[in-house]
Design a binder for this molecule. Sequence first.
Ligand code: TPP
Length: 240
Amino acid sequence: MSVEVERKFVCDAGMWKRLEEIGAVCIGQREIHDQYFDTADFELTLRDTWLRKREDSWELKCPSAVGKTQETSGEGLEEASLCSRYKEITSLPEIQSRVKEVLKHCAGGSLNADTLPGPLVTVGQVSHEEPGGPEGVGDSWPGELNLRCFAEFTTARRSFTLQEEGVQIDLDQADFGYTVGEIEVLVQEGEEVGSALEKIERAARRLGLTRNLRVEGKMDVYLQRFCPEHYVKLQRAHIL
Ligand code: TPP
């Protein structure tokens, strides 16, 4: 399983030119439609667990302990504090079991995950329970877990690579009027994160980015605008 180490940055009007100057290669551009899901009490996101449907695929981002010990001292400290790291899970059965696990541990949780149905496969409007069967591709499963969509937006993304560094740089323009950049390195779980932080720091320096700046992600801005009460709760929980 891979862990995504990333640093967000302010994407100003000069960024395209700077990317070109440092030899970044454009590797594509696409529109991404995201729907984020949680319970009515936000039991997932308050545990820093982010379930989304991106186009037609389910993804779960959850905290990773990768490299935490390396952050307590040393030169990488500043870069480490600017970078987030999340496990990204894309296998639907694994996503479903992790989500159930998180909900099971929620105090006063609205459901008993032990009695939840197994993977579901939807055929037309009819859902069939298929324990151990093919991957649950039907979209009735979020409802079965009392999950509903709380955020939905589309992002125009342009991706670049700095091949010699092994980093990807994404410039994201969300349809609710927010633009942000991300420098990203994928690390295999269990691998050390120090070299990823160094790569990100080198790329950031080459892009002329100011240090010490925590930049808001798309979700920070979306929640501030459209779910301000939940945003405050996430801030109090030190998740955003
Ligand atoms: N943004 C920052 C700067 N810090 C965080 N801890 C989070 C977001 C929490 N978080 C982790 S994964 C996630 C969120 C909101 C879902 C969105 O991830 P993001 O990397 O913003 O979007 P992507 O690049 O995957 O489209």
